[in-house]
Design a binder for this molecule. Sequence first.
Ligand code: NAP
Ligand code: MG
Length: 478
Amino acid sequence: MSRHSQTSTVRHYIEGQWSDADGSDFAELTNPATGEVSGLLQLGTQSDVDRAVEAAQRAFISYSSTSLDERVDLLRAVIAEIEKRGDDLAEAVTTDMGMPIELSKLVIGSAVQSFQVLVDELPSYPFEKRHGDYLVVREPIGVAALIPPWNYPSRQIAGKVAPAIAVGCTAVLKPAELAAHSGAVFAEIFHGAGVPAGVVNVVNGFGSVVGSALSRHNHIDVVSFTGSTAVGVQVQRDAADTVKRVSQELGGKSAHIVLPDADFEAAVKTSVDGVMRNSGQTCYAPTRTIIPRAERDRFVELVRKAVDAITVGAPSSPVAMGPVASEKQWQTVQRYIETGIREGATLVVGGTGRPEGLPDRGWFVRPTVFADVSNDMTIAREEIFGPVMSIIGYDTIEEAIDIANDTPYGLAAFVDGADVEKAKQVARRIRAGQVSVNTSALNPNAPFGGYKRSGNGRAWGIWAIEEFLETKALVGAV
Ligand code: NAP
Ligand code: MG
């Protein structure tokens, strides 16, 4: 096996083998920082999907009856392989989506963590529990389709494969096209770690073809989908006829409530870092910053300073922000900035067009902040998935909570306030899946997922295994 390079053709990996590319169609992959072609992608078809699902079905027969100890050993082997291939994986992520290389390297840690938390917590998980005169047994549901987004490819792929194989499921992974090189390095990692043939298969190609074929497939038992709300709905529709489980981790428009007594410097950091990191392509980014109206000028000035200090440029250099991942993403961000201006928000910093001083190639955008946003403006309602922050004023804390909850989404939220008890009370009243109090960080071991249209599943930590488990009751002479 030759190692995947950043200009290779990305091929399917089915039943432990790299697929013959003869007769396949290909798409060109593009590096969003340079516009250069970075490789070719083998485009999967219905028959590739069928082959991969059959391989996963065959592997399920033996893999589902492995012991917990055997699977924990396998998770450890995958961790060792990710660590060994960390630089390759980070480079693949940067080639795929233009993530600054330092951030790509940092995210490898959270890919490892997705496996490590299961090594730590699986042994004490109640796979069998007696309730009086009956027994409840949790079993692997079967063959899983794993459909991650491209935005943090290493974390997103690890976050689905780890819980699936930890409980004894087998899987067909369809990496996002924009994360194809990352998916290819992962296939090599699973192979190198000795994951048995057929346990994890990778079929590349378009979501509308490969993703949809998986969602509709008779022999897929669960679809674990992370992506936009619109595609999540389509997956649910495609899956309906076969009554399979669909776990959805969808979009967000997260609120950050800055209480009047908050440490403003820390709060500004939470908002600006959270929105601008990864060029705004973070599902839980706190894109609605909700601040006391009386403090508007002071807060806005701090934000302006923080955003002015952000360096944008080639992801191979030590910059804070690279490009967005594709031309389509660039156009979307431009449209939303124009809409914000047209609907009357105050442009504090940034705006349309390319950042000054950069060459005329690559999908670079200007980190942008709007103030005096009202929560019914388009930029406050819709997920932009770019580095665009909206500052919204409130007069009372009740109003702040109402604004935070007045959204179709409910993925995450942030609350800052010196009176921790009060901040916690506010956090409890926000309808979102994970709420951070006085920190910009989320907890990768705590459950993560959406209320409302942000989804119906929970990922991260030990919680992620639930979507891959069935529940069996043993009754009678048990
Ligand atoms: P997306 O366009 O919805 O795509 C997600 C995945 O679905 C990709 O692998 C895509 O493949 C595939 N897909 C596309 N059409 C499909 C179809 N008809 N059937 C099955 N699969 C299909 O989302 P994205 O642009 O990759 O990612 C950004 C979105 O993900 C944002 O909305 C963000 O908030 C959300 N997100 C949510 C979370 C969370 O945990 N809640 C985390 C990260 C991101 P192709 O792209 O190859 O076509
Ligand atoms: Mg997409």
